[in-house]
Design a protein around this ligand. Sequence first.
Ligand code: GLN
Length: 456
Amino acid sequence: MNILEKLNSIKSQELTAKENVENYIKVIEEKNEEINAFIDLNKEQAIAKAEEIDNKIANGEEVGNLAGLVFGIKANINVEDFTISAASKTLEDYIGSYDATVVKRIKAEDGIIIGINNMDEFAAGSSCETSYYGKVDNPAAPGRIPGGSSGGSAAAVSASMCDIAIGSDTGGSIRNPSSHCGVLGFKPTYGAVSRQGLLDLSMSLDQIGPMARDVEGIALALNTIVGNDPTECTTLDLDFDFVKEIEDVKGDKPLSGMKVATCKDFKAVTDDNINSIIDESVAKLEELGAEIVEVEFKYVDLCLPTYYLINYVEFFSATRKFDGRKYGSRIEEVCGDEVLRRIKMGSYISQQEFSGKYYKRALQARTLIRNEVNSMLDGVDLIVGPTVPKLPHKLGEELEPMEMYAYDVLTVIANLAGIPAASIPAGDVEGIPVGLQIQAKPEDDLKIIKAMKALE
Ligand code: GLN
């Protein structure tokens, strides 16, 4: 049963919202201790909300587009009455005092929020090993990292602890763990979803998006969360119907007329066993009617330095409010190594800025990268390739910071350019999931969901 079918069976009372919630509570009780995907839960509230929805349905009242579906929310997105810690000791006592715009929208459509997902501290990581609340295990490849930073979200979806999880993606944090945990993840065009209520990692790169086990789940969530928000000035006024788009995917060759590009420069930085799985997906896209072409991207080497420089500076600035006066402890006194590294580097770079030494250069590099991405996309509908160039390492293996950053080389491009990008399961290497990344021009989010549906 896909998630749209589940939604319909809730609306027609074949399955109650309460049963849906209780089924997930059972899995959470069985598995969460091991996987550590949820770090705050409110089971009673979820059941009460489900009963309310079931009653409305029984009385023939109108219910929302997500009626009875169960959500996990990443710990850096405000949800009233839950602990919104960003997985940091800094915020361990902070209880969300309002709902982020995305959360408001989900609640307005009768989605049920069961709890808060674990993550890398302040979303600064690619492995989910830096949480103050402990590491997350990968349900699809036990004993390995789930990826990050939305690793708890991906693990919760992968282990069937909820229908949909909402994550954030600054340099890959939705797509990377989706790839490693064998689920689907979607980072919309920058500005498509309101960031109001999100704790910034790097505000010019951050974007909120969904993770789910099927394309229907992604489409339903996007229909709810994409759209203009008068309280968040970077949002765009987009009116997309993702559900309709996937319902229109029919026949043998649903992708005919679409030009899909591959890029050898992405392949060159990726392990062979991953590349061969990606090649199979490309062959499938061709069978589905797409015309396959090749494009070049000459700035792969520039992407990580540019991304991390911007990230350090913007993160440093964002953390200045955690000075201990309002939210508990001063961040530098209690945070982990990676967060401290970013604060120190960000502070140093900001001090050098009078001479335009680093940040200005990074912004110039970002423009170069964005222009190159735009010319790559000129005349093609989609670019496909690996989401992550390496398989997830084993929990407990120690990586140098640069090795950790190397996981992000193919995902940061979309954030730097502001384009939409998604990851969909493509296969596995000895049981370890591998994701295919699909990218498109700004505001071409619908083309991505179409290709995802065709592949699924
Ligand atoms: N791994 C990247 C980083 O550490 C991306 C994180 C993210 O997207 N939130 O910054």
